[in-house]
Design a protein around this ligand. Structure first.
Ligand SMILES: [Fe+2]
Ligand SMILES: [Fe+2]
Length: 215
């Protein structure tokens, strides 16, 4: 009887250990989980943008307001919060894994080029909304849009498959505390967060419609 109780207690202890271990792992990888989730969200926006570029390609009038809202979000949230968070993680990762140096340099460089091309594309769209006639050839609008979508998708895939995996495997609790201290001041997500900012309410509805169609 006592022997079986001992076995039972050991089993509970072992399970508790596994549970505690998993909880610790979850806490450590929390920021990477959030960044991966943001990638999923960004890809939804890129699909919406792609669909508008398809309209443009066919000669139909795209929803310029929707495209502008998407690019406003990407330049005001992704470029100013998501990318700096990643860079804070990657700088600590570099202390643990010097072989990540060339990937980090490549990814950080892409943050600049994607940010710059996104800001230019957003400006073009805002000018159209503000009444500037769409006198440019359609491909001059479509090309930067398609390039932006393709580059950002490829960029996120690289992070998901390489640097995020390294960060999940190599960074310890102390590293994550250091990272948390660097990123805690960052603003919350104005579209996919707990509170949707007024200016994104229409975009939020469009995302809801897209989800309904695909389910
Ligand atoms: Fe990134
Ligand atoms: Fe990212």
């Amino acid at each position: 009887m006592l022997e079986s109780l001992d076995k039972h207690t050991s089993l509970i202890s072992a399970n508790s250990y596994v549970l505690l271990f998993n909880l610790k792992e979850m806490a450590v990888a929390k920021e990477i989980f959030k960044l991966r989730k943001e990638h999923v969200n960004f890809k939804k926006l890129l699909s919406l943008l792609d669909a508008q570029l398809d309209h443009l390609h066919k000669g139909d009038e795209p929803d310029y307001q929707l495209m502008t809202d998407i690019m406003y979000y990407m330049t005001e949230y992704s470029d100013t919060t998501h990318h700096p968070k990643e860079e804070a993680i990657f700088s600590v990762l570099l202390e643990r894994d010097s072989t990540a140096k060339k990937y980090i340099a490549e990814i950080t460089g892409q943050h600049h080029t994607i940010g710059e091309s996104g800001a230019n594309f957003h400006e073009t769209l805002e000018n159209i909304l503000n009444g500037e006639p769409v006198i440019m050839r359609l491909q001059d609008l479509e090309k930067p849009g398609r390039t932006y979508v393709a580059n950002l998708r490829a960029h996120m895939d690289k992070e998901d498959r390489n640097l995020f995996v390294r960060a999940e495997q190599l960074l310890n609790e102390k590293d994550w505390k250091k990272i948390d201290a660097k990123i805690q001041h960052h603003k919350s997500d104005p579209l996919f967060g707990t509170h949707v900012e007024e200016r994104f309410s229409s975009l939020c509805n469009q995302l809801g419609q897209m989800e309904t169609k695909s389910s």
